[in-house]
Design a protein around this ligand. Structure first.
Ligand code: CU
Length: 405
């Protein structure tokens, strides 16, 4: 008897399954370690979007549930049971008027809040700082124009990690050197396309120090998925230290060191694309990179202070080893700045990925850098080519790159 009572009806089993799957889908939305979650705003601009979602999504949710419920009810109630075809009527003015007015009212309410959010996000007159952001296949360049009140006395050029002070209204001026990209740090604001020949504005402001992850969100070719970026927010004092660090003059490694030999390899192999500010050729004249002659986009990352950032190659690889990286990423707000500013020390360097990159970059990140295909790009690389370096040269280069703090 017991077993008979426990057998579930098929209908009951289906509804349990549906409820189970729905429940799991809901729970999947509750992940706490989700750095690119648009519901976890970490600054006022993202907050404006999040607030708007809290108005629009519940309304859309109620409308959606009502529509689905009504459709299901109609389908079940009037399903074919062999009954005659009901009388076919047309035009019910009352129903039509009500069903026009209700959606119009709902859309008006949603529209008012949406327009307010759009105008709030488009404000620029209270800008406190400007950073030029340029997308190219497949990394972002940051160029900080001279802003003496922020201590930026000469332009700073960096890549991968955008560094900004907290509680400051930062205005990004975005453009692109090749195809359309889109800049998106979900915790700080929505997306904004970077379009060749145009300048688009995007505000960012972070409430607290920390690292905020993002990724290119406009399909831009082969390595689109490998075009990531991070915004690093530092306290105002720490940001001033970062600025000072980026403007430090170049110091050549001491004679007789491995790093000094690396500098020579760098001059031979790398300066045709990469700039290191202050680096001189053997004859004492400045080594000026000419990426426009070698790379399709006309740019390669400026490596002057490579070891002050934590990532490379479109922020897909860490310059810090796993545990060192976690130490910075998980640091408490008050300790974060000092840990980030420490940069990459020899013991923390992620040698594996950096060496692999120097050995054969296109094997690490698909880039059409295959010399056989260069005819398509007028003889220019679309990324960093395989330079066929010896392990000896790689040892020297790593020693040299470690001095670029
Ligand atoms: Cu892109």
């Amino acid at each position: 008897m017991d077993t008979v009572n426990n057998v579930k009806s098929p209908r009951r089993r289906i509804s349990t399954t549906v409820a189970g799957i729905t429940g799991m889908l809901f729970l999947a939305g509750c992940a706490t370690n989700a750095p690119q979650d648009t519901w976890q705003a970490k600054g006022p601009n993202a907050q404006i979007i999040s607030d708007l979602q809290w108005i629009v999504f519940p309304i859309a949710g109620v409308v959606g549930v009502l529509v689905f419920a009504f459709a299901a009810y109609t389908m079940l109630k009037y399903r074919d049971k062999g009954q005659p075809i009901p009388t076919q009527g047309h035009g019910k003015p009352i129903a039509e008027i009500i069903l026009t007015i209700i959606p119009a009212l709902i859309l008006t309410v949603v529209g008012v809040f949406t327009f307010r959010a759009i105008f709030d996000l488009a404000k620029t007159e209270d800008t406190e700082m400007i950073i030029n952001v340029t997308g190219q296949q497949w990394w972002w360049e940051y160029d900080y124009p001279v802003q003496t009140e922020l201590g930026i006395k000469s332009p700073i050029i960096s890549s991968g990690q955008l560094v900004m002070p907290v509680g400051t209204k930062v205005l990004l001026r975005e453009t692109s050197r090749d195809v359309i990209h889109s800049y998106w740090i979900p915790a700080l604001n929505g997306k904004k396309d970077a379009v060749p020949g145009r300048i688009h504005l995007l505000r960012l402001e972070a409430d607290k120090p920390g690292i905020y992850a993002g990724q290119c969100t406009e399909f831009c070719g082969l390595s689109h998925a490998n075009m990531r970026m991070e915004a690093v927010a530092l306290s105002k004092e720490d940001f001033a230290k970062w600025v000072a660090g980026q403007q430090k003059a170049y110091t050549s490694p001491a004679d007789g060191t491995l790093a000094k030999e690396g500098e020579t390899v760098f001059l031979n192999q790398c300066v045709r694309c990469h700039q290191v500010n202050g680096l001189n050729k053997a004859d004492g004249t400045p080594a000026i990179a000419a990426p426009d002659e070698n790379v399709y986009s006309g740019a390669a990352p400026n490596l002057s202070h490579l070891m002050s950032r934590n990532t490379f190659a479109g922020a897909i690889f860490d310059l810090l080893r796993k545990n060192c990286r976690a130490d910075v990423w998980n640091a408490k707000s008050e300790e974060f700045g000092a840990k980030y500013l420490a940069g990459v020390s020899e013991s923390c360097l992620n040698q594996t990925d950096l060496r692999a990159w120097l050995r054969n970059a296109p094997a690490m990140k698909p880039m059409y850098a295959d010399p056989a295909k260069l005819t398509k790009t007028g003889g220019k690389y679309r990324g960093m080519p395989n330079l066929g370096l010896t392990e000896d040269d790689i040892d020297k280069l790593v020693a040299y790159l470690l001095t670029l703090k």
